[in-house]
Design a protein around this ligand. Structure first.
Ligand code: SAH
Ligand code: SF4
Ligand code: F3S
Length: 522
């Protein structure tokens, strides 16, 4: 590569684009921390970067197509003489494997989500222009069994990568008041439509002490809100081995199953459940003002978790708990493992224990064999649960899943589109009612940013005609709330804090309000 492509520090510039879920957003943040520490620089211009990295998602075909079209464009640029290193990270290479390298020769390397600790070496080699064999250009778990992948993740990668940030608090951007913390990696559910168990491997849980330490470090470096991440976060469960003496008392271990006395001992277990973990973070990290978690699985969600949520004021009363469908027949074909009656029983229990809880979900429309009757059942479910919102997706057949092998994608495109649109319209009507109920009440809002409406014209901030500045944040129940303040100075002071807002008006997906202490001052 020509020296002219280097910036003044001789650092390589990287453009990193992220697709997919919060897991990927967190991976990208960790990747960025790791590479910044090695002297790389990040910037937002793909056209001039020395290195282009895509952290990809494979959950629906559309997500893959988006990134593949960008790879296509880079192929053309490379043919035209541009010197740029192109790397693909995340779930698409994990699903597709090494054949991506021959299909897209413009790719310099591919790296799966649990191999990101190999990224610096791969990037270094690619930047140094070394001609590498296909096997040196890929780091994927796909060739290992799910069990050994889980074990190796538990032994090293998971902790190494997830804690990289906690051990380097200086690399955290101090403006980030909201942080993700992974508590579980992978998924064991095997819903028939879903690639995630293949791309993220078997479920592995991190030790609670490591999670709590990471939360503590994040709060020390400025985080106000922490969101715990897992594909089925309520299934979190960590088993500690305990060595017990003849009186049943715990004896300190010097290694797995060994104590200083080297006597045969009973090994017992202590289990940290998700409820225990939430309680411990709430109590042991008192400066975390907001604690959230996603995504919940409708099955095995015990009252213990709901009671901890109710009793700990800094745990948000919010559940993202996808139903996927309102039809028992479809749920069975999806292998979701619950019935609609069980889902509704859970929602009723959650609302009884936490009356102010807000519930969001995901819906897939057009699953194979879905009929008008199944679609009606989904509408019925949406009416009963009164979700604050649902993410609604067309079914997308994914290679490597049971559904693609077993069922034909037989729902006409037109039906899928019609059902999706009417589910969105119904969802919006209900969301409007959910938001309206807040009018006249006072809510706590975690202030995130200037309202997107304010950031127009290439970042030039526009004042409202009244001269006010609009801020946007979220309530504990994850409702978006906007309100005006008098100046940009006040706005900047409030971003990253939790304030009280009186709700004066609402719309589907939005609360409008007035800052309470401003009201008092007047
Ligand atoms: N672990 C989470 C979901 C992770 S994937 C859970 O089980 O709730 C995020 C969402 O993508 C899913 O909830 C589902 O609604 C959607 N999704 C997954 N695979 C899909 C597919 N093949 N086609 C369409 N939507 C899909
Ligand atoms: Fe996919 Fe189901 Fe696991 Fe969610 S629970 S990640 S939908 S397999
Ligand atoms: Fe996509 Fe992988 Fe997340 S497939 S949804 S980025 S776990």
């Amino acid at each position: 590569m020509e020296d002219s492509t280097l910036n003044s520090n001789n650092a390589r510039t990287i453009y990193l684009e992220t697709f997919g879920c919060q897991m990927n957003e967190l991976d990208s943040e960790l990747v960025q921390d790791q590479l910044l520490a090695l002297g790389y620089m990040f910037h937002g211009d793909r056209a001039s970067a020395d290195v282009v990295l895509f952290n990809t998602c494979s959950v629906r075909e559309q997500a893959e197509n988006k990134v593949l079209s960008r790879i296509g464009e880079l192929g053309v640029e490379k043919k035209d003489g541009r010197e740029v290193v192109v790397g693909m990270l995340g779930c698409l290479p994990e699903r597709e494997g090494k054949k991506l390298l021959s299909a897209y020769p413009q790719l310099d390397f591919i790296c799966g989500p649990s191999e990101l600790d190999h990224l610096p070496t791969m990037l270094h080699n690619a930047v140094a222009g070394e001609r590498l064999s296909a096997s040196d250009r890929s780091a994927l778990q796909g060739n290992r069994s799910r069990r050994s992948a889980a074990l190796s993740a538990a032994d090293d990668n998971l902790e190494l990568l997830d804690l990289a940030r906690a051990f380097n608090p200086d690399h955290r951007r101090s403006s980030d008041k909201s942080a993700y913390v992974r508590i579980t990696r992978g998924c064991n559910k095997f819903c028939t439509y879903c690639v995630v168990p293949n791309t993220r491997g078997a479920e592995v849980h991190r030790p609670p002490d490591a999670i709590i330490e990471e939360c503590r470090q994040l709060v020390q470096t400025g985080a106000v809100e922490i969101t715990l991440l897992g594909q089925t976060v309520n299934h979190y469960r960590y088993t500690h081995d305990l060595a017990l003496n003849s009186e049943g008392k715990e004896v300190p271990q010097i290694g797995p199953g060994l104590t200083a006395f080297r006597k045969p001992l009973d090994v017992s277990h202590r289990i940290t459940t998700f409820a225990n973990l939430l309680q411990r973070i709430h109590d042991e990290v008192p400066n975390v003002q907001r604690l959230r978690f996603v995504t919940s699985y409708p099955k095995d969600f015990g009252n213990d978790i709901l009671e901890v949520m109710r009793d700990c004021p800094r745990i948000c009363n919010y559940l993202h708990v996808p139903a996927q469908s309102g039809s028992n027949r479809i749920l069975k074909l999806m292998n979701r493992g619950y019935t609609i009656e069980e889902y509704l029983e859970f929602i009723e229990r959650a609302r009884k224990i936490i009356p102010e809880v807000e519930i969001a979900g995901d819906i897939i429309v057009g699953f194979p064999t879905e009929t008008e009757e199944d679609y009606e059942a989904t509408c019925e479910l949406i009416r009963k649960v009164r979700f604050k919102n649902n993410f609604v997706f067309h079914y997308s057949p994914r290679p490597g899943t049971v559904a693609i092998d077993r069922f034909e994608d037989d729902v006409p495109r037109e039906d899928k589109r019609r059902w999706l649109n009417s589910i969105l319209a119904l969802g919006s009507e209900i969301s409007g009612e959910v938001h309206k109920q807040y009018e006249g009440t006072t809510v706590d809002v975690f202030v995130e940013r200037l309202s997107p409406k304010m950031i127009k014209n290439n970042g030039v901030k526009l004042m409202w005609e009244s001269g006010k500045v609009q801020l946007s944040g979220r309530t504990g129940g994850d409702l978006i709330c906007v309100f005006d303040v008098d100046s940009e100075e006040i706005a900047n002071d409030l971003i990253g804090t939790v304030v009280e807002v009186e709700v004066t008006n609402s719309a589907p997906l939005l609360l409008l309000g007035a800052l309470v202490h401003n009201l008092v001052e007047r």
